[in-house]
Design a protein around this ligand. Structure first.
Ligand code: NAX
Ligand code: ADP
Ligand code: K
Length: 506
């Protein structure tokens, strides 16, 4: 954001104008719910976030609110020491300013949090921590909290809580959302999020060329699995799902069903002999092939018409499994490596990553946090950073699961998924996701787009299936997701003012 501001200011829009627009945007959101006569306190910090706060205080006072500013400055600093646009905004404020202290929030209907925004660079502690605790306590007693740009204490780049953080009812941010608005726990601190345009134009967006975005149809509308009128099952694509033995064949059944629903024309389930009858009886639509051992599985994976394979759900952790995965990695089909296949790869990461990098067809790795730590033990940082680093290290598209699933391409592009709900936090849900990706890969969709679209379809399926659903029903709800059709595309990544899905990372 700092760079976006600087480029805009260099382009002739003053910082003061940006701050005025930002302040008005927040005041307008407050005024949707509250009227003249409302008691409001604006908590201002020492930087430009605080500067926005002074503008908000002025506008709310003009509109008849009873407003005071609670000014939180470092020891020894006074309002006269404020700098730049924040100093100008403070001078233009003609109301009451008090040194911030926790008691100032008592009895307020509205609290505006303008303590820290994008400039937060270290953990909040001491007096500021107490102020944040007091804001949250006042909210618990009924005050409505509006955060300026970010809830203070939330890191805009990572969504992490830096020590302690404000919990807001509404957050107004400017220009573009930041990763911290989408990643947890930041997302849950924002409350309702508003995006306001304050004069930072499309040329700036093109110049900063963000490589992160919220997951949405702009990325994958062209990959929606509509089959052409003249399609046949083979042209729609063949996928193979490798099952585990009888006691762990449920995972492959879920994945195979999801792959069929998501667009594969045919799905073969390769099954150890003890599970053949169970798998065959599960869905008449499955093609079931016994694979007595891993050599037989490797042979089935050599079938030339195969466009995609899903390996991992229930596959097994025995030493005999890796040769089949290795055979698949040496093959031509696109691959989803999930669950046990990720654990298998984590025992020999160098070999796995070399095989992934050497192949032409795409690979999607779908770790949850535990599997991620196993496969990429040395990678740290924000969820966005970690997914990107893992993609670069492995050569695969990495889908790092969770409520804020991140999908990263080795070239640095990444999307953050935002439509998942806790309905998905149920056993077998990840198998459904792996199957959806496999179905889209079988239909010829590129790995990054397939993974992003699959995460979105999975989220929608969870919403449609609703609370109380089990994984079988999430797979079943894919039919409704597809029946609703592809949602309207809004552009993603850099290039136009309408591209609200872009996340400004700098
Ligand atoms: N002209 C501009 O640059 C615009 C900036 N805007 C606002 O400006 C904000 C960013 O302003 P700033 O860069 O001044 O930063 P902040 O106002 O977020 O933070 C102020 C300063 O506090 C210090 N600080 C950081 N963490 C601290 C901690 N834990 N304890 C003590 N001190 C700490 C840092 O030196 C930081 O620069 C945005 O979030 C947005 O609200 C908007 O007005 C839009 C225009
Ligand atoms: N609270 C949540 N909100 C949104 N999505 C979630 C949540 N918890 C889990 N998920 C999603 O559910 C799936 C769970 O996958 P996984 O952990 O592999 O489970 P399993 O192995 O039982 O199938 C992932 O796609 C994950 O992103
Ligand atoms: K703030």
């Amino acid at each position: 954001m700092g760079r976006a501001d600087a480029l805009t200011i260099a382009g002739g829009v003053s910082g003061e104008r940006l701050m005025e627009n930002a302040g008005y945007a927040v005041a307008d959101v407050v005024c949707v719910r509250f009227n003249q006569g409302t008691r409001a306190v604006v908590l201002c910090g020492m930087g430009n976030n605080g500067g926005d706060g002074f503008v908000i205080a002025r506008v709310l006072k003009q509109r008849g609110f009873i407003v005071r500013v609670a000014l939180a400055l470092p020891e020894g600093m006074t309002a006269r020491d404020l700098k730049g646009d924040a100093a100008g905004a403070e001078r233009a404020w003609r109301g009451e300013t008090l040194p911030a202290e926790p008691g100032l929030f008592d009895g307020m209907a509205v609290i505006v949090d303008a303590l820290y925004g994008a400039g937060l660079s270290r953990d909040v502690s001491g007096r500021d921590g107490e102020l944040i605790a007091a804001v949250n306590a006042a909210r618990a007693r009924g005050a409505r909290v509006y955060a300026v740009d970010l809830p203070s204490g939330i890191d805009g780049g990572s969504g992490e809580v830096r020590g302690t953080a404000v919990v807001a009812d509404e957050t107004v941010t400017f220009f573009r959302r930041k990763p911290g608005h989408l990643l947890l726990p930041g997302r849950t601190h924002c409350g309702r999020l508003h995006l306001a345009q304050i004069g930072i134009g499309p040329k700036v967006l093109a110049e900063i060329a963000p490589t992160a975005a919220a997951n949405g149809p702009a990325l994958w509308a062209g990959c929606w699995p509509d089959a052409a009128i003249d399609s046949h099952k083979y042209s729609r694509g063949t996928a193979l799902v490798a099952s585990g033995p009888l006691l762990s064949c449920g995972a492959a059944r879920l994945a195979a069903e999801a792959a069929l629903r998501a667009g594969a024309g045919i799905v073969t389930v390769a099954t150890p002999p003890d599970a053949v009858a169970t798998v065959a009886a599960w869905r008449a639509a499955f093609v079931v092939r016994p694979a007595a051992d891993r050599t037989a599985l490797a042979e089935l994976l050599g079938e030339p018409r195969l466009r995609a394979a899903v390996l991992g759900p229930g596959l097994g952790l025995g030493d005999d499994v890796w040769p089949a995965i290795r055979a698949a990695l040496k093959g031509d089909m696109a691959l989803v490596l999930d669950a046990d296949a990720i654990t298998q790869a984590s025992r020999r990461p160098d070999e796995a990553f070399a095989l992934i990098k050497a192949r032409a067809a795409g690979v999607v790795l779908t770790p949850h946090e535990g599997e991620f730590a196993r496969l990429f033990p040395d990678i740290g940082g924000s969820k966005l950073d970690r997914a990107r680093a893992a993609a670069a290290q492995s050569g695969a598209v990495v889908l790092l699961k969770g409520p804020d699933t991140v999908i990263a391409h080795p070239d640095g592009r990444a999307v953050i998924n935002e439509n998942g709900t806790a309905v998905l936090a149920t056993a077998g849900s990840g198998d459904v996701l792996a199957g959806i990706i496999g179905g889209l890969l079988a239909a010829g969709r590129p790995a990054f787009e397939a993974a992003a679209l699959a995460a979105w379809m999975h989220g929608e399926a969870g919403r449609i299936a609703g609370p109380g659903s089990i994984a079988d029903e999430i797979a079943g709800a894919l039919r409704d997701v597809l029946a609703k059709g592809c949602p309207e595309a809004k552009a993603t990544f850099a290039g136009g003012a309408e591209e609200e899905n872009v996340v400004a990372t700098d």
